[in-house]
Design a protein around this ligand. Structure first.
Ligand SMILES: Cc1cc2nc3c(=O)[nH]c(=O)nc-3n(C[C@H](O)[C@H](O)[C@H](O)COP(=O)(O)OP(=O)(O)OC[C@H]3O[C@@H](n4cnc5c(N)ncnc54)[C@H](O)[C@@H]3O)c2cc1C
Length: 509
């Protein structure tokens, strides 16, 4: 990211040059909007102003700039990239991408739509899902064209590839019930770099493109509140530069791309208590909900604010998936091979945040285990049940029932596949605490502003707020709870970020 560090900070002199008086009204992000009539003049002027330098903001900036607009992008922290740069960089893409074709993977737009619309939450934004799937292959080409590197390598292993493989099953496609609802295909597209560096590499490529195109990237500049004309049009934004409040006029539009709100404890408590209880806020320190609150302050509607990605990262290693996961009634409630977002959702939202993974000798974690504590161990399932204080006999019944069918290769309750299905037998038996508060249980938010497929922010009467656009985790987009596949968030950010940038620049797509 050496290109980015060169661009650190906005100089106050630069900003103040040529500016007239500006209203220095104290404001926190999310405070009431500022009427334009209270400004005697603007400090700065641009065509498109974007707040937030993650995948959504930078993708918007690239498209707006290519459409001929003058574009300024501000970032409150000292580094560009947001949660996007911390991420695995997985983009969920399919329907026959160039990489899928190169690896002779069969996929179709319809299969992808089936998976996204049937395998997880109900009542999803079908307009967004449809468009995303239809244009997914082209969107992947766009990422390649921006310089994101992919290798022609596939891995069948579960979990984010730690080698340089670029294609894998990133979600719950092969688990029941998903595999019966939609034809499974690997759709997790990861930059082909070893380790957990995909997000950094993806953001490096996008940010370089934006810089080369002449987008003005400014760090250490926080969006504070929107400036509204008397007719309701969003005319600009009040910003905070080292404690000084200035105003920027955006002649064509503003894109809010400030990420989610996992680091705002007060918002979590109010909107998403299940995520409040999870042990690890999974995101960049700037994920404070600023963009969402700025939108709400001008009448925008916020959707699905309680939803998020609650993660129970039990695999790898895959051998633990032949253990069973039980709730405080000592009963199974899910196929253990489910994607870790589906498992995490079930625990956080449907089991009061408590569950245990029960393993035998073969399915136990071997070596050091940092994510989950072993809280009970014994030579029989009964020993473990007593230590966990489960209802009398419940766990023993669960294991006996599971073992009886697993011995014949079936799982009548959750149809766990043969890869991980075998009777639990062979002490020591161990219970690993999967509770949201005690385990390593990361979470981030999905709720955000209601937008059209072009990023126009809608009020609660379903009317677009003129001049205002949003993308990424500032919006309620493709990701919903349960989160069924890695890559849906960065995929949504880049795809709908691009559309928001175009729309803000005045391009009708
Ligand atoms: C470790 C990790 C791994 C992940 N892996 C994946 C993955 O592989 N695939 C996937 O799809 N998802 C993944 N996610 C989730 C994904 O990274 C995020 O949901 C997504 O990157 C959000 O992008 P965004 O552009 O909306 O926000 P961000 O990338 O968070 O960018 C928002 C930016 O706005 C800035 N900002 C906030 N407030 C203001 C303000 N007032 N003024 C100016 N700037 C402001 C923030 O500082 C931040 O830099 C992962 C998350 C984590 C933490």
């Amino acid at each position: 990211m050496s290109r980015q560090t060169r661009n650190n900070g906005i100089s106050r002199r630069q900003l103040l040059a040529g500016m007239g008086a500006t209203a220095a009204v104290g404001a926190a992000a999310g405070a009431a909007a500022l009427p334009a009539s209270q400004l005697s003049s603007w400090s700065l002027d641009t065509d498109v102003l974007i707040a937030g330098s993650g995948a959504a903001g930078v993708s918007a900036a690239i498209e707006a700039r290519q459409a001929g607009a003058r574009v300024m992008l501000i970032e409150s922290l000292s580094r560009l990239g947001g949660s996007s740069a911390m991420s695995g960089g997985v983009v969920y893409a399919g329907g026959g991408t160039a990489l899928q074709k190169a690896l002779q993977v069969r996929d179709s737009v319809d299969a992808m739509i089936d998976f996204l619309s049937r395998a997880g939450a109900r009542h999803l934004p079908m307009d967004k899902i449809q468009l995303y799937c239809e244009q997914s292959a082209q969107h992947f080409d766009w990422l390649v064209a921006q310089g994101v590197p992919y290798t022609n390598k596939f891995t069948a292993a579960k979990g984010l590839p730690m080698g340089d493989e670029s294609l894998y099953f990133s979600g719950t496609e092969q688990s029941w019930p998903a595999r019966e609802l939609a034809q499974p295909a690997p759709r997790g597209h990861v930059p082909g770099v070893p380790g957990m560096n995909g997000g950094r590499r993806l953001m490096q490529a996008l940010t370089s493109t934006a810089q080369d195109l002449g987008v003005q990237l400014r760090t250490g500049v926080a969006a504070r509140r929107l400036v509204v004309e008397s007719d309701g049009r969003i005319a600009g934004m009040q910003i905070d530069v080292q404690g000084q409040l200035l105003s920027i006029r955006a002649r064509r539009g503003i894109v809010l791309a400030c990420g989610g709100f996992i680091h705002n404890r007060e918002m979590l408590q109010r909107y998403a208590p299940e995520l409040f209880d999870c042990s690890v806020p999974w995101g960049n320190a700037g994920d404070l909900g600023d963009g969402i609150n700025m939108g709400i302050a001008v009448g925008a509607e916020a959707l699905r604010m309680h939803q998020g990605f609650a993660i129970a990262p039990v695999y790898p290693p895959e051998n633990v998936l032949s253990g069973i996961v039980v709730n405080s009634a000592g009963q199974r409630f899910i196929s253990e091979e489910s994607y870790h977002g589906v498992l995490g959702d079930a625990i956080a939202y449907h089991q009061q945040g408590r569950a245990w993974l029960i393993t035998d000798q073969r399915s136990a974690f071997s070596g050091r285990q940092d994510n989950f504590l072993a809280v009970a161990t014994g030579n029989s399932i009964g020993d473990v049940a007593v230590q966990l204080q489960l209802p009398k006999g419940a766990l023993q019944h669960t294991v006996a029932y599971y073992n009886r069918y697993a011995a014949n290769g079936t799982d009548p309750l959750f149809r766990k596949s043969g890869n991980y299905l075998r009777p639990l037998q062979g002490p020591p038996y161990t219970a690993w605490d999967l509770s949201v508060a005690k385990a390593f249980f990361p979470a981030h938010t999905f709720g955000g502003l209601n937008t059209t497929v072009d990023g126009a922010v809608l009020n609660s009467f379903n009317q677009a707020i003129p001049g205002l656009y949003a993308a990424g985790r500032n919006t309620a987009g493709l990701p919903a709870a349960p989160y069924i596949a890695s890559g849906l968030s960065v995929g949504d950010c880049t795809f709908f970020g691009r559309r928001a940038g175009l729309a803000a620049a005045g391009v009708v797509v």
